[in-house]
Structures are given as structure tokens and as C-alpha cells.
Design a protein around this ligand. Sequence first.
Ligand code: SPV
Ligand code: MG
Length: 553
Amino acid sequence: MTHPLPKAAPAAPALRRTTRFRRLLESDELEFLLEAHNGLSARIVEEAGFRGIWAGGLCMSAQYGVRDSNEASWTQVLEMLEFMADATTLPILLDGDTGYGNFNNVRRLVRKLEQRSIAAVCIEDKLYPKTNSFIDGERQKLAEIDEFCSRIKAGKDAQSDDDFCIVTRVEAFIAGWGLGEALRRAEAYHAAGADAILIHSALTQPAEVLAFQREWAGRCPVVIVPTKYSATPTEVFREAGFSIAIWANHLLRAAIPAMQACARTLAREQNLRSIEDDIAPVKEIFRLQGASELQAAEERYLPQREAGARVIVLAASRGSALGELTDERPKTMVRVAGQPLLGHIVAAYNAAGIKRITVVRGYRPEAVNLPSLSYIDNPRHEQTSELVSLGLALAGDPDDSRDLYVSFGDVIFRRYILDSLAEAEGDFVIVVDTNWEESVNRGRAADYVRCSQPYSRRTFAQPVWLERCAEELPPGERHGEWTGMLRVAASALPRLRGTVSDLGSQPGHEQAKLHQLLTRLAEEGEHIRVIYTTGHWLDVDSLDDVVAAGSFA
Ligand code: SPV
Ligand code: MG
């Protein structure tokens, strides 16, 4: 649709639509208008290369589902015209029926049309309410010539743009009068100020309009609507010197059989496959609506949101310590409090607005099947460990434009832990539990950390950095236990990739774990920010943990 971009280079000032329409009318060539009945069809007319639009009463009333007998009010017509004018740059000639009343209605109509960028109006010499010329044409009553001329004069006096055109439609042939009456009327309308005559005929041959055109002898431009004499070669109109031929109803008539066939097929077949190949893709609707312009505008006007982070969940291992609970599924799919551990993890990220989650599967991959996640498989999960899985996930998604969160498929956590990870500044941020003794007391493996300073009230104000992370760390050096939660800023992802691949090329790398990666990053001089917490997360390693997870979740 017409969406001028403010930053576009200034184009040569376009001629007004009124001026362009007047030029079509007055050009020596035969010009064409095609019917449109709403914004979408107007857009289609313009894209096809037409230089003007006929906003026809028949098709506009039909698209409202009413008859061409002034059943739609003139303001309803006006409202649709506004959409059409917005949807195109083309001049629009409104089929204004009789002008919807007397001279007074016509002058108000003209003012309203100018306000809505409509280039011209055609009024016909019948009485309000009119009906379509092809329905009992002979019974239609014509207006008194003087009275109709008053409509023309009032309309011309009302226009403020000199190029606004009033086309007057002579219905003498339709109503069964002859050439003499047609000419008498045309002459009077021309004298009253009409810019052009539309001579209408319901015959299947162009005899009437050609006879008129000969006698009229170019006193002003003549417009025709060859709906009934459709077999006539266009060359005949061109040679006769008509100004404009209006294809008055053909887009609507093209759409009707297409819609009927689609509706019947769907009613019969009850499936979409039967029609999908025959209809426009949804993206064609978006294109015609100008959706891409809105997207560009959003980028220009809306505050830029962060690209949205992504998550890698490492969930390849079976977790055989859980016994038969993992016969059929890996630990991450063991259910606690109504859903698998993975479901709790996904819910926490989703609640923080993070939707793009990749899960690395290994054991029983088919059982890891929650919707709306991406999956990467580590087929060598029995011989390999966390670093290999992370490497596979990184290799599977080269997008380094968003922050990355790394989680373990068996670690569940309260939402606020994620928030504190998200809020902390730094290229690398980890969450560390100060209560490391608990894991010692329960005799389980843990990733202990040594930091730049132990937790104290001062760490609230001063950043704390990771120095070392290991399962074997002398108790005197332990400041906490890593929860397994890591955030890497988008800008640091290339460095993370580099270190992962360096470590991955060293002997024994297949068994390497993420605590080794963290230590290596720290040794390389990366600042790994530590956020201290106490509790509110759970690493599910044993059957006891499964029970505990039930009340935790
Ligand atoms: C229209 O398209 O509404 C017209 C032309 O007025 S006709 O239907 O031929 O009368
Ligand atoms: Mg009409």
C-alpha cells in the first residue's frame, strides 16, 4: 500500500490524482480503468499497471452483499473509498450513481470526495434511488434535463481543485430512447459544465455508442463501459476515438468463481490439502497489506528490544543413579510435581521471556520430546561428557547475536536465580551456592569454586570473580558450589567457541566437563562474574533428590 518512507530520497513531486485523471480523460490515446471495490482490489489494480480505478457501484454494493439500488448508504461508499485511496496512488473515478439526491447532495458529495483524494465522480441522469442499468433498463425513469443540469452545476461549483472531474452518464439508450435524446442530453450536460460524457448501452454490439460518438464529434471526451458488448475488439474503441474504456466489474467476477470453487471443495473434502495449491499463500496477503513497511517502521519507532537470549540445556546423560526410573527415558524426562525436570527448566526460562531453547539429547533421544524446543543429538553420549555436548550445540547454531544461557537437564531452580543471572553485568556470569557443605554432607560430587573473595556483605557492592572450578578442590579453598548455571554475553560467544574447541582438541577431552571449561576461561584471563546465592536450586542426582524435587517444584 502507499507507505511513503520519511527517509526515502525526495521523489519528483507527483502530480495530483485529479490532474492525472484529467490527463487520462483528455489524452489522445484510449485509456483504461479497471474496477476495484475495496482497498485490496485497488492495490491489485495498481500493481497490474493500470493508471486509474473505477470504484463501481455494482461491485462495491456487491462486496457489501447488497443490491446496486442505493442500499448501501453514500457514507458507506465514502468510507470504502477512503480505504481504496489509502491503498493506492492511482486516481479513482467514483461511480456516484445519481449523486444520491439533488444538487445539494451532489455538492456535498463533491466536497467529501475531494477531502478523501478521490479524483473524479460520475453521476447518471436517473432518480434516487436508482438501480443497475442492466436490470429492466427500459423501465428506468430518467431525470428532467434541467434538474440534472443543476446537479452538474452545483457539483462543479463545489469543487476546490480545478482538475476534479465530473463525468455525466447518459442513460437515454438504457431507458429505451434513441440517439436524438442521448445527444440532446449530452449537449445540455456539456453546457452545464460536465468534463466528459459516459455513454452507456446494454446492447451486445457497440452500435449505439459508436453512433453517439460519431454524432458527438469530440465536443468533449466520451467514456464507455463495454460490459455487454464485450466481444468487440478494443481496436474498434480506439479507432472511434473514445477517451476511456471502463472494465467495470471484472475483478469481482474473477473472484466469485474462485471463491465458490474453494468453498465447495472445502465443504466436500473437509481438508485443506485439496485447495492449498490453488490459493494465494498467506504471505501474499501480508505483502499486499504492506506488512514489511510496518516491520521497518517498528524498527524505526519502537525502542529496540534485546534480541532475546537463547539457551542450551545439556541433557544427554542417562542418570543411572535413578535406577529403573531411567530405563525408558533419561533423567531430564523423569517427572516430578506433574512434569519432567526439563519441563520445569523450560517453564523457568519461558517465564523470563526466553523461548529459544536447544536441548542436547543422548540417552533415549526419542523420549525427550517436549514441544517448541530444538534438539541436537550427541550419539556418543556414553563415551563423551559435557564439553562435547556443548560443542555440538554451539556448532549446531552459529547465531552469536544473542546472549547464551547454559543449563543442565537435571538442575531445577527458582525463577529469581535466573533473574539475577540475567541482571548481572559481565561477559561470563555464573551462579554459585555459598552452602557447599551440604553436598559434602550428602557425599555427592559437586563443582566447587574458588573466587576472588568469599561471600560477605561486601560482595553485594564489589564484583566477585571466579578463580577456579573443580570437583577436587581443597576444602580450605572452597567458597561455594557452582549451580551449573552460566550466562555468556553475545559479544563473548566467539571466545567461548574458541576455548571450547581448544579444549576439545586436547587429550582426554571426551571426558571434559564444564567446570574445566570455566577454569580454562579464567586462566585465559576472562572475567567470570560470580553471583552468590544460597539454596533455591536442586541438582537431581539420586532417588532422594527426586523426592526432594517434588516438594521443591
Ligand atoms: C457499475 O459498475 O456500477 C456501473 C456500470 O454503473 S453498470 O453496471 O454497467 O451499470
Ligand atoms: Mg453503477
